[in-house]
Design a protein around this ligand. Sequence first.
Ligand SMILES: [Zn+2]
Length: 394
Amino acid sequence: MSSLLVDNIGELVTNGVGEGPLGIRRKAAVLIEEGRVAWVGPAAYAPAADRRIDAGGAAVLPGFVDSHAHLVFAGDRAAEFAARMAGERYTGGGIRTTVGATRAATDDELRATVRRLRGEALRQGTTTIEIKSGYGLSVADEARSLRIAAESSSETTFLGAHVVPPEYADRPDDYVGLVCGPMLAAAAPHAKWIDVFCERGAFDVDHARAILACGQAAGLGVRLHANQLGPGPGVRLGVELDAASVDHCTHLSDADIDALAGTAHSDGSGTRTVATLLPGAEFSTRSPYPDARRLLDAGVTVALATDCNPGSSYTSSMPFCIALAVREMRMTPAEALWAATAGGARALRRDDVGVLIPGARADLVVLDAPSYLHLAYRPGVPLIHQVIRNGVPQ
Ligand SMILES: [Zn+2]
């Protein structure tokens, strides 16, 4: 059995036992065996190991958990972005542009894009990433999107209900029937989750409830896009269906916050339904940011994710999202880092990632900085020095 010691860590973020909400340990070391964290403790007492990485006194964190990404697509929408920056408003309608390009792409073209973005995210410290379908919107194209996504992640999400495709524009009920019937049957073997874009111009609450209930009956976990472009019933629907996460949460009423807070675990460990905030979308559509403080103050568990997609948030960078969360959403640097690691894990109902405690998956990021604070303090700077995933240096 080969072991690896990450030694001489100046500041270790564990999200477990230690100082403050991030469970910080100073002058620490982490022993990795068989892809798992075997031991965490003071560097002075580090056990012997077959190999050693010297962190040089830098900060080490759990790998980022990006719980919301749309990586299976073709083409890009740089021109749409430029038009928006010149004053046009984002409506979500550009999704159909990507659907056309995705349907026309070969499997190898889609696979190459997923791998490129997956690699890009990994180099920026993301060791777990959720990948959605949603640009195929036909039985065959949704199934192949998920098949390709599953080659790069076990966290795959069926988003056949992203928008109503053009050929069903005047008969949305028929499209919902297709999603719940043959499309779900073809997608479910490759998917862990089901998701719906519950928004004006996409799917209303009745259609969203019907689709999510079908997915649940097929064994998929529920998550949904809710309350991004305006107020609506999406967040409360997510709570009603025990969604792992409701994503965006940009326009929330008091009733929405109360509903989320009402899913709190009795042991004080946060809420069962997580609010996942995607500030890259507000940045790229020049929209008002969600009110993270209101959620945190109500005791709602918050995650941060990239929403990486070619239309409204074409970033794969979790450090960028952390910087936005701190600067624009008034999260503290500690809250933002927790949301980007342990929070993302909660949003995927995982307890083996997003933490560095014995038994967890050995996903570590070594920073080129003495503290995690630098992620927000030095925005846009490549601070990811080394990534270890599953115990393997990348
Ligand atoms: Zn999204």
